[in-house]
Design a protein around this ligand. Sequence first.
Ligand SMILES: Nc1nc2c(c(=O)[nH]1)N[C@H]1C(S)=C(S)[C@@H](COP(=O)(O)OP(=O)(O)OC[C@H]3O[C@@H](n4cnc5c(=O)[nH]c(N)nc54)[C@H](O)[C@@H]3O)O[C@H]1N2
Ligand SMILES: Nc1nc2c(c(=O)[nH]1)N[C@H]1C(S)=C(S)[C@@H](COP(=O)(O)OP(=O)(O)OC[C@H]3O[C@@H](n4cnc5c(=O)[nH]c(N)nc54)[C@H](O)[C@@H]3O)O[C@H]1N2
Ligand code: SF4
Ligand SMILES: [Mo]
Length: 898
Amino acid sequence: MTEEGQEATVKTTCPYCGVGCGVLANVAADGNVTVKGDPDHPANFGRLCSKGSALAETLSLSDRLLYPQIGDKQASWDQALDLIASKFAATIEEHGPDSVAFYVSGQILTEDYYVANKLMKGYIGSANIDTNSRLCMASSVAGHRRAFGSDTVPGTYEDLELADLIVLVGSNLAWCHPVIFQRIEAAKRENPALRVVVVDPRRTATCELADLHLALKPDTDVALFNGLLSFLSDVDGLDRSFIDQHTHGFEAALAEAGPLDMAKVAEQTGLSVRDLATFYTMVARTEKTVTVYSQGVNQSVVGTDKVNAIINTHLATGRIGRAGMGPFSITGQPNAMGGREVGGLANMLAAHMAIENPEHRQLVQDFWQSPKMARRQGLKAVDMFGAVRDGRIKAIWIMATNPVDSLPAADEVALALKHCPFVVVSDVSTEVDTLPYAHVSLPAAAWGEKNGTVTNSERRISRQRRFLDLPGEARADWRALCEVAKRMGFAEGFNYAGVDEVFAEHAALSAHQNDGTRDFDIGAFADIGQQDYDDLTPVQWPARAGEPKRDSRFFAGGGFFTKDRKANFVAVETTAPARRQRAYPFVLNTGRIRDQWHTMTRTAKTARLSSHIAEPFAEIHPEDAAAIGLGDAELVEVKSPHGRVVVRALVSEKAQKGSVFVPMHWTDQFASKGRVDAVVSPDTDLFSGQPGSKFTPVALMPVSCSWYGFAVLRDKPEGIPADYWALAQAPGGWRVELAGLGQDDLKEMACALLPGDTDEAAFLSYEDGGEGVQRLALWDNGDLVATFFFAPEPVAVSRQWAASLLETKAENTIERYRVLAGRPAADRPDPGAIVCSCFQIGVNQITAAAGQGAATVDAIGSVLKAGTNCGSCRSEIKSLLDGLNDKETADVDIAQAG
Ligand SMILES: Nc1nc2c(c(=O)[nH]1)N[C@H]1C(S)=C(S)[C@@H](COP(=O)(O)OP(=O)(O)OC[C@H]3O[C@@H](n4cnc5c(=O)[nH]c(N)nc54)[C@H](O)[C@@H]3O)O[C@H]1N2
Ligand SMILES: Nc1nc2c(c(=O)[nH]1)N[C@H]1C(S)=C(S)[C@@H](COP(=O)(O)OP(=O)(O)OC[C@H]3O[C@@H](n4cnc5c(=O)[nH]c(N)nc54)[C@H](O)[C@@H]3O)O[C@H]1N2
Ligand code: SF4
Ligand SMILES: [Mo]
């Protein structure tokens, strides 16, 4: 925290992805905040991606939840906490501990997570606490535990720099872990021998770095890696001594993989025998191989098997825990790893202990001196909401996650919450689709306002530090939890003076009766005091008490956390992916885009991040689009038995035939029908309970619209009566995509989007009756209030130029008519769809610079600065340049392509 009126720089950690970058937050004397990368942080050494560098732009309080509410009335914290405690206590009294639940998140801090887990498992006595990590890391956790006996990530980021081969499986690093991507890019420049293989059904931005892209059929990864195991065996690529000394079950795993049959693997995966042979040979010949994987692996009904198929190949070659090699499951959320440490999942216990293990249960209960202990696993996320729906769970506390948007079969989740007798939601924003279902809502402290720790993908614990005052009545989540615990009669377990005491207890528990039997041990911090906690520098675990700093990798010499300290090969069956029914012939794949974070409650607050892709879309192959009569930039309905969305068609060769990709981000706050999880199937992996969010059989149907529109507005519209709309921030206002099924009165439509009673006559308008083109604009003394472009087909006006009009004055009639003409003046060329969000450089500018000889990404950088700040767009620039060489057009952003 800073003294009022004094400049200060605080070292903290980015609240977005699991890379866990260090951030320097500078608060100027006037309170203005700027952020940059922390050059000393070992995750990023000063780098930040587009989202990290835009953090300061997300701090406005305009949408913040600032006061507790009961129903829709403001309440005091005391009233809210009393009500929560009494409702939970009464429900438990009447229906037992398993009638209540917590649904928490990999975005709360370790200390928040620790007390939530302690309250539910040790005091309420139920394991009905689960987290959105169930949708994210559960298959990796289950796979690790099957193979290693513990949920251990063996390697470190440095391994990526030391490797000679990096295999990225189901991982779009360029957009989702951009700073790791940049570290690999840099490593490749240093070490030209480094090869990168991308295994992903889609051609993603990450493929720009790839020497080989394996666009396998969805959900056929087990076939690919079982084939690799057979190949390694065939070419004598095994480490027999590692297998013999440190593992069990190799023969069974190999037998299950079967004798090598490349033609069969090719058929199963849809890859060519040639590409398979190239890949397998590369792996066989490269000792220093790291296999990085994330949601293309985890989010599958065979996710745990995919994880073990990958790990099998590393155990078989002994490539684990040594510099430059290993299986590497990277985490998504900033504290996904911390959540696993505290046992935040319904099937885990604190400090990486097992809930099924009676000794572990006793150990934890003794340590906590708690009245109760959950005896069996609780309900995993999808089942938890099923139990809410059928009435088994009668009170639920949702914290730092937005399940009405992010759980599969999301409309059913909304319905469940609607009928739940008591719902508590802790959040930082009012613009959250889950919030309307809350009986009590609690305003949480946001990033920059709270203290605690997070653990990143490489087991590195870093401090998040406060540098802003708490706004309104916001409070840290751990405080709200402790206050409820006290009111439920559990004061003795929750009397922490500060967050440092929670951390110290967590550290002490990790070391309690451990003696090297459990991987997670941070006993070195068991006695940490407030000052040392405040000063804590990033540290990797294990950090055992009294042990000198050592190589933090695991398993190079065996020492797994099973009974006999040997790892298990898991014999994984190659199953054919779910069969597509005739009514649902396409596979829906879902995931992320570069500049939005999940359900957009924070990243959508900045115009800069919204400029990259401003509308939900479905990426579809040209042949599929043609077959269903869908044109580029038209609207398409994506439908499953669970629900539907209507989004913009992005016709692209990057899509795999038969598949369609829709981003997970859009909510009811930003689009009329863009919540893709309404469509996603709730089927889960048998072992992990993780939903297969990347594979839902769907039907696609073009939506025929009578009209399309694009508007730029100074004020956020209160409601949008159009059949289709998508809303995004623009510099100085908002931009809206519109479309209608019927013959709406378009002037009336325009008025409905403006505040107050606008007279239709106030518009300057242009109408081409014959062609159905209509353009309207409204000024207030030369400042644009609104402009609308309507047409019978997708509107072809430059979005970037139109959005920029809010920040320019129209001094005279000519300039106003130029706006209606829908064309920029010659002195203000249209930048085109934004590629570089830091410097707002668009496709047209890059294309023009390339035309004048800037042929490489670096050359573009020196002419336009594009790609020279955060670097997140470098792979798109490369793709654009490659495309120009191929005489292809870039399809970065359909909605802006006009
Ligand atoms: N910009 C941005 N970055 C983020 C996030 C964000 O919201 N926005 N969220 C963070 C979080 S919580 C997470 S979990 C991570 C996720 O990071 P990633 O896992 O990299 O991201 P996704 O886009 O979900 O999915 C990755 C890829 O899996 C591919 N895929 C789909 N099906 C299959 C398959 O059957 N096999 C294989 N091999 N691949 C398949 C998809 O085509 C997709 O390109 O990102 C983190 N970083
Ligand atoms: N179809 C599909 N669905 C998916 C995925 C996918 O790839 N495809 N990915 C899944 C994955 S990997 C993940 S991780 C999830 C993410 O899904 P969610 O967790 O639902 O997404 P977020 O938008 O990150 O939600 C975080 C919420 O916490 C609030 N918040 C922020 N900071 C704080 C805080 O300090 N305290 C409190 N109390 N609240 C805070 C934010 O305003 C926001 O409402 O989505 C999952 N769902
Ligand atoms: S890569 Fe980007 S989003 Fe992830 S932690 Fe670093 S700055 Fe934040
Ligand atoms: Mo995630």
